[in-house]
Ligand binder design. Structure first.
Ligand code: BGC
Length: 765
């Protein structure tokens, strides 16, 4: 098959509207957020969805390429690491006798960009008419391979519609001198290193061009640059292909030039068709493990697919040295830094659909444990206090000052005070262990994280005259209130962290006594210390008022000004801008789910009416000043049976990136909000949870949803679960692995491998 015939097929996007995101024409106002939304990524490489035609002397523009873990500090700020963008490998220029072909994107007729979610590919199609003497119909396609994460591929097919003249196509890299120190630039290879963190980057490339299916030799070559010249004629078909291989080196031990050449050669050996096929097969396999299907609500279906696309794009099971930043690899807001977002909003998805990726993300926390120990020690505590914003080493990366929404410089205290992160990491470790029973992870890494974080909390919580242990001077998830005492979220999560660490001690002692002895000796953990932990756990202040069943968000919160947020409905800016920071701090207005997040994560801490009492108290006081907030509220609302409210929150969370209602999408997609959407669908609407002896499901679907089908992994089994509210059934299939128990409405059902079990929901009491 010739390139011109088969490239055609590559450019035909998935026809099903549930699987594609489109951008037609050109809107200069929306351009930057479209770039974030249309990013392609494979957890190692991320390339923003910059359109293929733009103003200036370029024709195909450089798209900003991020390489996971390529952190450096800038000369002026040695404390804060940021992701350094790599050279852009997609640049193409068309040179005509009168000079380069210039285009304002608005001049291109019928331009369409298509993000193909199923195949993980970004395509574009556009007509360049008479510009100035050449009419072109152009298709482009790009991908970063999910099958071999070092590889990127760019394909262009151009049909000459008009014009006979000398044309040169020049393919080069842009920004080869930006941000990195150049070690070598050759025709097919670039080598760089970072200035301070001493990381290495290698990029190798190979490009080829055919005119009417005949290879044209390059007419000129330069550093990471090739050109081809020919005479255009109407009807001619030009096919261009470019492979890139990218390798990051964290130490001098590897030879990045050799590794990158090997990678490129493997890709060249496969050919572009082979690269496309392997990439699409890898995506298919991810969809087989993670798809969520909604019948009856096309908007929700697309929102979930978009979320799953970015979640599957963001992680890399092969790299334990990196985690997912707050904007994944789709933009540079927060500089690639990793927050609690990963453990609380992303890990549930990975743990239940992609345990290998979950493991790698947790191993990142294990490898940065020393940074967390150093932070705790530096602040006078024991154990491990994770960085609120983490990058490469686990050292604290939170900036000390930022420009606030009103353009005043404000101090940021999160790096010192937002300490719940340590319990959040422990929480994710425990969830992973519960779902996977991955013993080697627990023994080699997980137990140590649980113990060191518990040790931190036991030194952090101080016994006082009232006989209780208090944690003073923190910031909870609601960041509007700073330097607070006994934040319910922090204290209850800390207590839970200590309990789970004590569970793990008991487990190790019984099942792996030699491992326990070794670990306890290495961590210098003696029985006396464990008894002290027990005491802290027993006496932790939580702010629970037994008469009302309400947790006080922090000490003194109930006495603050109660502001009715209903009076501010329709506002377009956050409440701290509306009221000013000072007034917000003196009020009960909450930035984001705080006690509600605790209810979402540890529902067992709320008995009987406490769940609804706390939700009904805090929900109206929450201003959703963070993109993390709506999905967490939706999850809790769904579990409480308020599916109308839950669906409203679902749509609010979905709109953050998709409807472009959130100005901040320019700097990358809100990956935690996307993880939250999955949690809301699976933990909220489907009501999935787990117990020691199996999975449980307690569906609460919105009335618009005719069915909900999703896939999960549970202790070496793959399951597909479908909820049909019309038939009042749950259909369960264990696709691989041993039989297991599925509890529907609290009733156990044994489901065997390969057979479909149809379980009536009427058993719900
Ligand atoms: C939120 C944090 C979040 C961070 C990164 C902040 O605005 O308040 O909870 O971790 O953004 O997404």
């Amino acid at each position: 098959m010739t390139d011109s015939a088969t490239m055609d097929q590559v450019f035909v996007p998935t026809a099903d509207p549930d699987w594609v995101i489109l951008a037609d024409g050109y809107d200069s106002l929306r351009e930057v957020s479209v770039e974030s939304r249309f990013s392609i990524s494979n957890g190692f490489l991320g390339v923003r969805g910059v359109r293929s035609t733009t103003r200036g002397d370029r024709w195909v523009v450089p798209a900003r390429t991020y390489v996971a873990g390529l952190f450096d500090t800038s000369g002026s700020n040695q404390a804060t690491q940021a992701l350094v963008p790599a050279a852009d490998w997609l640049r193409v220029r068309i040179l005509l006798p009168g000079g380069p072909l210039l285009h304002h994107p608005g001049d291109v007729s019928s331009h369409r960009m298509t993000l193909d979610l199923r195949r993980g590919t970004l395509r574009s199609e556009g007509r360049h008419l008479k510009a100035p003497d050449l009419g072109l119909h152009v298709h482009t396609s790009r991908l970063v391979s999910l099958s071999d994460r070092a590889i990127g591929l760019q394909l262009i097919r151009m049909e000459i519609e008009d014009g006979e003249l000398d044309v040169t196509l020049e393919a080069s890299f842009e920004g080869t001198e930006l941000g990195l120190v150049t070690d070598q630039l050759r025709q097919d290879l670039g080598l760089w290193h970072t200035s301070h963190s001493r990381k290495y980057l290698a990029m190798a490339s190979m490009a080829a061009l055919q005119v009417n299916d005949r290879d044209i030799p390059p007419s000129a070559l330069g550093p990471l640059k090739s050109s081809w010249a020919w005479k255009s004629r109407p009807g001619q078909v030009i096919c261009f292909q470019r492979f890139v291989a990218i390798v990051r080196g964290d130490t001098k031990d590897i030879d990045p030039a050799k590794e990158v050449r090997d990678k490129l050669n493997q890709a060249k050996g496969l050919g572009w068709r082979g690269v496309v096929a392997a990439h699409e097969a890898a995506w298919l396999s991810r969809w087989r493990s993670s798809d969520v299907e909604v019948d009856g609500d096309a908007g929700a279906q697309l929102a979930l697919r978009f979320a799953l696309y970015h979640l599957n794009s963001a992680a890399n099971p092969e790299d334990e040295r990196v985690s997912v930043g707050a904007r994944a690899l789709t933009g540079d807001d927060y500089h690639g830094h990793v927050f609690w977002d990963t453990e609380i909003f992303l890990l549930p998805f990975y743990i239940l659909t992609w345990p290998e990726a979950a493991r790698a993300l947790l191993m990142y926390r294990f490898h940065t444990l020393d940074g967390a120990r150093a932070k705790a020690a530096g602040m006078g505590w024991r154990g491990a206090l994770y960085a609120w914003e983490s990058a490469d080493t686990g050292a604290e990366m939170t900036p000390e000052r930022v420009i606030g929404p009103d353009h005043q410089v404000i101090d940021v205290l999160c790096g010192k005070q937002e300490q719940h992160i340590s319990a959040d990491v422990a929480y994710a470790v425990w969830q992973y262990w519960q779902v996977t029973r991955d013993e080697s992870f627990l023994l080699d890494a997980g137990a140590e994280i649980l113990l060191e974080t518990a040790r931190f909390w036991s030194s952090r919580a101080v016994p006082e005259a009232d006989g209780r242990c208090h944690i003073r001077g923190v910031i909870g998830p609601d960041e509007y209130h700073e330097h607070i005492d006994d934040n319910a979220y922090t204290n209850v999560m800390a207590r839970w962290n200590i309990q789970r660490a004590l569970d793990v001690v008991a487990l190790l002692r019984t099942r792996w006594p030699a491992r326990w002895t070794g670990l306890a000796a290495r961590l210098d953990l003696k029985d006396g210390e464990l008894t002290a932990w027990l005491h802290v756990e027993d006496t932790m202040a939580t702010g629970l008022d037994p008469t009302t069943g309400l947790f006080e968000q922090f000490n003194g919160y109930f006495a603050l000004e109660d502001i009715d947020l209903a009076n501010y409905a329709g506002r377009t800016v956050p409440m701290d801008v509306v009221l000013g920071r000072e007034r917000v701090q003196k009020s009960q207005v909450v930035k984001q789910a705080d006690v509600v997040a605790l209810l979402g994560l540890l529902p067992e801490e709320f008995v009987g009416d406490m769940k609804s009492a706390n939700f009904r108290y805090y929900e109206p006081r929450c201003s959703h000043g963070s993109s993390l907030s709506p999905a967490m509220h939706g999850l809790v609302a769904a579990r409480l049976g308020d599916t109308d409210m839950a669906l409203r929150f679902f749509r609010q969370a979905a709109a953050i990136d998709l409807a472009d209602t959130h100005a901040a999408t320019d700097g990358g997609v809100h990956i935690a909000a996307l993880g939250g959407l999955w949690m809301l669908a699976v933990f909220g609407f489907a009501g999935l949870s787990w117990r020691d002896d199996g999975l449980a499901i307690d569906p609460q679907l919105p009335k618009e949803w005719r069915s909900l089908k999703f896939r999960v992994q549970w202790r070496q089994r793959s399951l597909v679960l479908s909820i049909d509210p019309g038939q009042q059934t749950v259909e369960a299939i264990v696709e691989s692995g041993d039989p297991m128990a599925l509890f529907v409405g609290g009733q156990p059902n044994q489901i065997s491998s390969g057979a479909t079990a149809v379980i009536p929901i009427v058993s719900l009491s």
